[in-house]
Design a protein around this ligand. Structure first.
Ligand SMILES: [Zn+2]
Ligand SMILES: [Zn+2]
Length: 284
């Protein structure tokens, strides 16, 4: 379990997934092309500069020579230019910006994704393969050579690499760590994600029944802990550690709430202002 962050971005004023789906089923091919172009720029499940082997050769040179590791460095900002259009300007600075956009950015993103997002299934303890032999992290992911829109307006975005999840290049570059970005293309998916994120936001103290249920789950999930451990006390220690981890994950508060307290902002927003009302002083 590692500290992580969930974000849901809703573009204000944007169409509903249903309306987009209807439009995709229509005749407007320009709309289809532009929407697909936009989505492919936001979310990709492929490397930007080539195949996984080509990226590997660059990131982990065979001769063992050291290569730049962007996951242990802060992201480098692009050069600044005051010119109006760097794409056509001839000055040296604009040339440097173009190089950043066309070379530095995509190769750094691939470097980060290669180091942080590759998934390799493994069977051992805490592995991703469940008892039915299926990867619980849903790998390998299906490949799509091209983005396709089916007759119901469902989009399957182009994806060329089965061992990585989908990412947003800008987010990968900025965070330089493992990230996962998906465009939500149905109302159900939006609602499910909103529910999931809200669950984190409002997660407060753990209820007694949850404590017992977590303890029970740890016993259920580790039937072999006695045979796998060196001694009985080692087994007990491992079980208690697992229980503590499971309980802390249920107690953690959301990033937004932690940030609010740290920077001294309120932990809630409302359309009205309310007067504090202390129930206790009324009843006693
Ligand atoms: Zn210029
Ligand atoms: Zn797996």
């Amino acid at each position: 379990m590692t500290l992580h962050l969930h974000i849901l971005i809703w573009i204000s004023g944007y169409w509903s997934p249903q309306r987009i789906r209807e439009k995709l089923c229509g005749e407007d091919n320009d709309f289809k092309r532009e929407l697909i172009e936009y989505l492919e720029s936001c979310q990709t499940g492929s490397f930007l500069t080539g195949t996984i082997d080509q990226v590997k050769e660059r990131v982990m040179p065979l001769d063992g020579s050291p290569s730049y590791d962007p996951t242990v460095a802060l992201p480098r900002a692009p050069p600044k230019t005051a010119c109006n259009d760097f794409t056509t300007c001839d000055c040296e600075l604009c040339g440097a910006v173009r190089h950043w956009v066309n070379v530095t950015f995509p190769s750094t993103v691939d470097n980060i994704v290669y180091r942080s997002n590759r998934h390799k299934c493994f069977m051992q303890k805490d592995g991703c393969i469940n008892k039915d032999g299926v990867c619980t992290a849903r790998f390998p992911r299906p490949i799509f050579q091209e983005t396709v829109v089916d007759k119901d307006g469902r989009i399957a975005l182009k994806k060329l690499e089965s061992s990585i999840n989908t990412i947003s290049p800008v987010i990968s570059y900025g965070f330089a760590c493992n990230t996962d970005a998906t465009s939500l293309s149905s109302g159900t998916a939006v609602a499910a994600t909103a529910g999931y994120v809200t669950d984190y936001l409002v997660k407060m103290g753990v209820k007694t029944h949850q404590i017992f249920s977590s303890v029970y789950d740890v016993f259920e999930r580790n039937p072999d802990v006695w045979t796998e451990s060196k001694s009985r006390s080692d087994a007990a220690r491992r079980l208690i550690l697992k229980m503590a981890n499971s309980l802390t994950s249920k107690m953690e508060i959301g990033g937004p709430m932690a940030a609010m307290y740290l920077i001294g902002n309120p932990d809630h927003y409302s359309s009205h202002s309310f007067v504090s009302f202390y129930w206790k002083s009324v009843t006693t």
